[in-house]
Design a protein around this ligand. Structure first.
Ligand SMILES: [Zn+2]
Length: 306
């Protein structure tokens, strides 16, 4: 079993598969980067409160620097990498009312469904990076201001010489399996009828398997067979900076004790029920949309690939 097998006939997961060359060597040359940043050869992506600007056709609106110079915060322009040979940057647009041409600010999740896989992945990088920079203007070690370095791949504090790197927060998301049944749960805040895989953040000093087993026990009271937990695939999730780590987790004891602070409900679904949910034929339950890794895990399990 490998990614190639799991992808057979399927699109990559949304936000995964970035086509960018992130330009590690170029990032070490501050002078060359500054020339690119201030020149007009690159293509720029504008974000408004984290949302992208799309063309009427549904693709990202790429600007030349000169087109957004008066609209955007170019002081914190981030170098994303090279795409099809051209340098790509991202900037926060401060004056969205003045957007040129017919660009349309589109909510992030809606945009992700509309974009090509290449552009969704590029946008995810820009969104996650800006979210991190927005929260790290001051040094966590000494409280003094930090400055963007390496085109946005890190920040540096001159006062205490600390370096700060963008965070990625690992989240395990797992299909617990009991033979021909899988465990799904739902939270009160979700749209009616939506059921999904259980998930939770990895905590300090935990392996992925340990985090998976702990979450299953805390939220649903089921005991996973740690040695049998397997990685399936991952997905960047820029809300704001998660990495979803998809797992399957056979259980040793399938009896449920639901933590109602975390979940409204959880129950075992047969493989046939999951197939009905995926086909929107189940009388009361549906899976999350295709943007979600939980749906992909369910599809792979329904097809008996994992
Ligand atoms: Zn400092």
């Amino acid at each position: 079993m490998n990614d190639r097998t799991l992808l057979a006939g399927r699109d990559p997961l949304v936000f995964a598969g970035s086509p960018l060359d992130r330009g590690d060597l170029l990032r070490r040359d501050e002078g060359a980067l500054a020339d690119l940043l201030t020149g007009d050869d690159g293509w720029w992506l504008g974000l408004v409160d984290g949302d992208p600007v799309l063309q009427q056709s549904g693709g990202l609106f790429w600007f030349r620097r000169s087109e957004i110079a008066g609209l955007a915060d170019l002081q914190t322009g981030l170098f994303l990498g090279h795409y099809k040979g051209s340098p790509c940057f991202a900037a926060v647009i401060n004056k969205p009312d003045s957007l040129p041409l017919d660009g349309e600010i589109t909510p992030a999740r809606q945009a992700a469904m509309a974009l090509s896989h290449d552009e969704a992945a590029i946008y995810a990088q820009a969104k996650a990076l800006f979210a991190w920079h927005a929260r790290n203007g001051f040094c966590a070690a000494c409280g003094q201001p930090t400055r963007v370095k390496s085109g946005g791949a890190r920040r540096a504090c001159e006062a205490c010489e600390s370096e700060h790197f963008p965070r990625v927060d690992p989240v395990v998301i797992m299909l617990a399996l009991d033979g021909d049944r899988c465990l799904l749960g739902r939270q009160e805040s979700w749209p009616e009828g939506v059921w999904s895989a259980l998930a939770g953040f990895v905590e300090p000093a935990e392996t992925l398997e340990e985090a998976c087993a702990r979450e299953l026990e805390e939220e649903a009271g089921v005991k996973a067979d740690i040695a049998a937990i397997r990685y399936v695939m991952g997905q960047p999730w820029p809300f704001p900076s998660s990495l979803m780590i998809g797992l399957v987790a056979p259980v040793l004891d399938a009896s449920l004790t639901i933590d109602t602070h975390e979940l409204e409900q959880a129950r075992w679904f047969s493989r046939d029920e999951v197939r009905e949910m995926l086909a929107t034929r189940h009388p009361e339950a549906v899976m999350p949309p295709s943007i979600a890794i939980a749906r992909r895990l369910a599809e792979l399990w329904a097809d008996e690939l994992i």
